[in-house]
Design a binder for this molecule. Structure first.
Ligand code: AHM
Ligand code: MG
Length: 339
């Protein structure tokens, strides 16, 4: 081949989130582009929140607003900011019929003719905001049912989600997304301002070496959870024990590590939080959707998280997820098959 005939060399460009979503739409017969537009709106909101998180200390955005949210927790300035950004961007997109946020007392009606409903925790990991530890945004998307959008239309099992994911504002800002076919991670290129595919088709290992739980709650757990906790810490090399312990205290960070490296995350019910601490609609359902699509498991101790129907938008649930084998062992302890 002479030099003149050689094909032109092309610079290799990664796959942007937008291209990835668009190509997925092309593979779905009957797709109208509305889900694509909604996901792009979420990615814009995440980039705006990322920018404010990065400069929070400089922008006077640390600390509390002086208000208390519907969960009875003190509202951080960044919590409120992230919630406002998501509400505004989703409402303006025209593709959201109703949205429900951990920070809003009631769901917010948007475009009644839109096809989708969005649920989100705008800034997860509030206690880590002021100390420069990873925080994030968690979201899930549901189709409006035949009866139209309403507060009760949001109360569906997590298996009804059409997409879910989360962003982590960590050492890098990443967005993990599943529209039902695989789980993919995108990393924000700060110079370009775009998310690029960084991990395709993530699979959660069948078994991991790490467990993640707030062990300060030990005395408040049931004897079954305490027995499981003793098991994972026991010295039994043949069984890969003891497991190592990691706990960031931001669900997004603990979940992302568990998704990639395997192992188990647990926030069980205890004598203080009798229904668990984490919210079913804004935290447990989206995380369970992602974990299951990556081949992992998510349970409340005994039941599959994605089968549970919230009784209220702000319902809480015990949440245990991660590698299928590690979650199965937890279930055996909680159901009394192991002691
Ligand atoms: P938040 O949504 O108000 O930030 O609360 C949820 C957080 C999760 O990110 C994390 O898994 C959990 O609460 C940590 O709770 P604890 O401090 O009790 O361990
Ligand atoms: Mg949260």
């Amino acid at each position: 081949m002479t030099e003149a005939q050689a094909p032109a060399r092309r610079t290799v460009v990664g796959t942007t989130l937008e291209t990835h979503i668009f190509e997925g739409m092309l593979d779905s017969p009957g797709a109208t582009g509305e889900l694509t537009a909604l996901l792009n709106a979420i990615s814009v909101a995440v980039r705006i929140i990322h920018s404010r998180v990065r400069a929070a200390g400089l922008a006077g955005m640390f600390g509390y607003t002086g208000e208390t949210n519907v969960q009875g927790e003190e509202v951080q300035k960044l919590d409120e900011y992230a919630n406002d950004v998501l509400c505004t961007v989703l409402e303006r997109s025209g593709h959201c019929a109703i949205l429900a946020s951990e920070e809003l007392e009631k769901p917010l009606a948007c475009n009644p003719n839109a096809k989708y409903m969005v649920v989100f925790d705008p800034l997860d990991g509030s206690s880590n905001i002021d100390v420069n530890v990873s925080i994030g945004t968690i979201f899930g998307i549901l189709r409006v049912p035949a009866g139209g959008p309403s507060d009760t239309a949001l109360l569906q099992p997590g298996s009804a989600f059409v997409a879910a994911g989360y962003a982590v504002y960590g050492s890098a800002t990443t967005l993990v997304l599943s529209t039902g076919r695989g789980v993919h991670e995108f990393t924000l290129d700060l110079n370009v301002g775009e998310f690029f595919l960084s991990r395709a088709d993530i699979r959660c290992p069948a078994r991991g070496a790490l467990y993640s739980i707030n062990e300060g709650n030990y005395s408040k757990w049931t004897p079954e959870v305490q027995a499981w906790n003793q098991y994972v810490k026991s010295d039994d090399k043949a069984r890969g024990l003891p497991m190592g312990h990691r706990y960031v205290g931001s669900l997004v960070a603990d979940a992302h590590r568990t998704l990639i490296k395997g192992g188990i995350f647990a926030y069980p019910a205890d004598t203080k939080s009798r229904d668990g601490k984490l919210r079913l609609l804004y935290e447990a359902h989206p995380m369970a959707f992602v974990i299951e699509k990556a081949g992992g498991s998510a349970i409340d101790g005994k039941n599959r998280i994605l089968d549970i129907v919230p009784s209220h938008p702000h319902s809480r649930v015990p949440l245990i997820f991660g590698s299928t084998e590690d979650v199965a062992v937890y279930r055996q302890y909680v159901s009394g098959q192991r002691t």
